[in-house]
Write a protein that binds this ligand. Structure first.
Ligand code: B12
Ligand code: SF4
Ligand code: SF4
Length: 383
């Protein structure tokens, strides 16, 4: 067992840094907790992706919600070595932003009662991932710091870090690296920590002996803050949804396909975060009381409810993801009238920045209109 005082042997070669999976696991176990990283695994590159067809059909059926960046260089998402021929191992990391969702979560963001414009804090209408600072900044810097610590042990290490920003199918890689299974809601779910996890990757020149062969998922990650609640299986399951269809039934816009996968063009997360224009005609009411993002298909998930009722014995959530105190100064009405200047001053380093001022004002106006019509829960107004 490696301790901070006894480093495993290092072997550096011009072609990369060689080590065994056991050695890498020991280093990650020492480094990850210091950088708020709850899960870590590795995949040897190049690597076949067992669900590549889901990616190609997603694009072919134009289920990408008009997000053009997804359709750019689609082949690169199936093989990172097309762009980075030097890369031999992909490290994959998971970081908690919430410890599950309690059963019957009453927050509008989770599909609970719509509340009212005055009494319900507007942050309860914002997806949990987006109430604090921007995870792109935080997780990327945490991974970079972890890579820095690894580089101190392996001076020849080269790495390129990405969180959302690169052409990587992060959920597929996280599953292959043993971080969890793929849910019907398409989220990567860890049996103990749930799906309230951000994912990030680092392309590296590590050469790791003992990783699973191409296209085979690891049964366990190399590092996990919490062990899974099951006995080690010989093969990692693709999914552990069984016969459950709760997310499919709860989705207010039927964005989850019965055959698996998502039509992002129907997802409230895309409407309220990514889209600059209006919701599809006649569907304003579907947004109900949700202001930014949507947690409904995660809040109903039994794996998340279990994560909330029996939280794992892990370090506290990263402080930066807690709801920002300054948010309490604003109301939903304020947001509907927020000036561009105020938007920039208050929200620049938060996920809400992604919606642009127009998008956030539009979202707030739509929620206010839904509440005024009495259909903040997304139910059609019969009048
Ligand atoms: C575009 C995008 C979106 C789009 C489209 C989402 C989608 N499902 O495709 C929109 C804007 C709708 C969106 C919404 C959300 N997103 Co988003 N999104 C992305 C992004 C940038 C690309 C996703 C992508 O490539 N989609 C294309 C599809 C085909 O790929 P995929 O969903 O990854 O699915 C792959 C596998 O999971 C598998 N698969 C898919 N479905 C199924 C189903 C079954 C049964 C099986 C067996 C396999 C399988 O096949 C696919 C190919 O490998 C990623 C970051 C990244 N670079 O990966 C973040 C990411 C997926 N998003 C994330 C988050 C947090 C969210 C939201 C929860 C935010 C919110 N609260 O509003 C929602 C969740 C909505 C949902 N149910 O997916 C996290 C997910 C973390 C996790 N634990 O899974 C990511 C990884 C960002 C991050 N770095 O942490 N997102
Ligand atoms: S995030 Fe909301 S709208 Fe999107 S698939 Fe999940 S429940 Fe449906
Ligand atoms: S709600 Fe049920 S079907 Fe959906 S992801 Fe969770 S376990 Fe799977």
């Amino acid at each position: 067992m490696t301790t901070p005082h006894s480093q495993p042997p290092q072997r550096e070669s011009p072609a990369g840094v060689q080590l065994t999976a056991t050695e890498l696991a020991a280093h990650l176990a020492r480094i990850c907790p210091d950088h708020h990283l709850d899960l870590a695994g590795a995949i040897a590159l190049p690597c076949a992706l067992p669900h590549a067809d889901r990616w190609t059909s997603f694009l072919a059926e134009e289920r990408n919600a008009g997000l053009d960046y997804l359709a750019r260089d689609p082949e690169d998402r199936l093989d990172p070595t097309r762009r980075h021929a030097w890369a031999t191992t992909l490290l994959v990391f998971g970081q908690r932003y919430t410890d599950g969702w309690p059963a019957g979560d009453a927050e509008p963001s989770a599909g609970g009662p719509p509340g009212d414009a005055q009494g319900t804090p507007w942050t309860a209408r914002v997806s949990r991932y987006a109430r604090g600072l921007d995870y792109h900044d935080l997780l990327k810097s945490d991974i970079r710091e972890a890579i820095g610590a690894l580089t101190a042990d392996f001076p020849g290490l080269a790495a390129r870090v990405a969180v959302d920003s690169g052409p990587y199918l992060e959920r597929e890689y996280a599953w292959l690296a043993g971080l969890g299974f793929l849910g019907r809601n398409t989220c990567l779910i860890h049996e103990k920590l749930g799906s309230g996890l951000f994912l990030g990757v680092a392309l590296t020149n590590l050469r790791v002996e003992g990783l699973p062969p191409s296209g085979m998922p690891a049964v366990e990650p190399l590092y996990a803050a919490a062990p899974r609640r099951r006995r080690a299986a010989p093969v990692a399951p693709v999914t552990r949804c069984g016969t459950c269809t709760l997310c499919l039934e709860a989705c207010p816009t039927q964005a989850i396909l019965p055959t698996g996968g998502l039509d992002a063009g129907l997802c409230l997360s895309a409407w309220t975060i990514e889209w600059r224009g209006q919701a599809p005609a006649g569907r304003d009411a579907d947004q109900g009381g949700l202001l930014f993002g949507c947690d409904i298909c995660q809040a109903v998930c039994p794996w998340n409810q279990h994560a909330a009722s029996k939280p794992a014995d892990v370090q506290p959530l990263r402080a930066g993801y807690a709801t920002l105190p300054a948010h309490a100064e604003l109301s939903l009405n304020d947001l509907a009238e927020l000036s561009d200047e105020d938007f920039a001053a208050r929200l620049r380093r938060t996920p809400l920045w992604r919606a642009h001022p127009d998008g956030l004002r539009r979202n707030a106006e739509r929620v206010l209109a839904n509440l005024a019509r009495g259909n903040g829960d997304g139910v059609e107004d019969p009048s």
